[in-house]
Design a protein around this ligand. Structure first.
Ligand SMILES: [Zn+2]
Length: 242
């Protein structure tokens, strides 16, 4: 294999690692945002369950108050009954008492229905609370690793970037520029193998002439479709054994 090509492949391996590290680093804030969104959704679900429960308790309390005021009304009617001497008025008051007692019975029935509903809501709330706790634990775990991961990745990036100038040594400037441009435009794949007469970058068949030229190892060969620098896949095996 051409020495320059071999050097470029080693450089590309380093650059690909840098690229992966950078992409992972760039994804970390999005991961945090996604965690924050999940956390707020979990909180909202719990809030909704709590609000329903509170609403029901409020209504039950109000009904208690309604019963109390009806009972006070009845007491007043009974006092008035004791005070009156007129039979008609006495009968009218007795009727009022009966009406009020009926209202109380209705309210108590409504309370029973609500209490049953309350039991179901309590169950819902417990389920929501448990789901919330599980979700927050999961999110907490991810968030707690983010800083550590960022630090490790930054350190790795720095190490790789420190290696890079040494790997560039001995590569002609023009070639290096060409490689850099390709690496950027081809998303980290500037130099690719020819396998079974196919360019492993664009997966198009290359000409026999290109295959032979790559095997001859006299000059840098580019894929005529995608422009990537090509090497013979048999050379890869040689390279791996080194
Ligand atoms: Zn190609």
């Amino acid at each position: 294999m051409l020495l320059a090509l071999e050097k470029l492949l080693v450089l590309q391996h380093c650059d690909q690692q840098i690229r992966d590290v950078v992409l992972t680093l760039e994804a970390l804030p999005r991961e945090k945002e996604s965690c924050d969104r999940d956390a707020s959704r979990a909180a909202q679900r719990l809030d909704a369950a709590q609000a329903q429960r509170r609403e029901l308790e409020k209504e039950l309390k109000k009904l208690d108050g309604d019963i109390l005021s009806k009972k006070e009304q009845i007491a007043r009617y009974k006092t008035q009954q004791l005070e009156t001497r007129k039979n008609e008025e006495y009968a009218a008051l007795r009727h009022e008492v009966e009406v009020a007692e009926k209202v109380i019975a209705e309210i108590e029935e409504r309370q029973l229905v609500l209490m049953e509903k309350g039991e179901a809501l309590t169950q819902d709330l417990e389920t929501a609370q448990a789901a919330h706790d599980v979700e927050m634990k999961r999110i907490g775990k991810i968030l707690s690793t983010l800083d550590g991961r960022r630090e490790n990745l930054s350190q790795r990036r720095e190490e790789l970037q420190q290696q890079r100038p040494r790997l560039c040594e001995g590569i002609e400037e023009d070639l290096l520029e060409r490689y850099d441009r390709l690496f950027k435009s081809k998303e980290g794949n500037a130099i690719v193998a020819i396998e079974n007469n196919v360019c492993m970058g664009c997966h198009m068949k290359v000409t026999t002439q290109t295959v032979l030229a790559a095997r001859a190892e006299k000059e840098m060969i580019n894929c005529s479709q995608c422009g990537r620098i090509l090497y013979n896949d048999e050379d890869e095996l040689v390279l791996q054994k080194k």
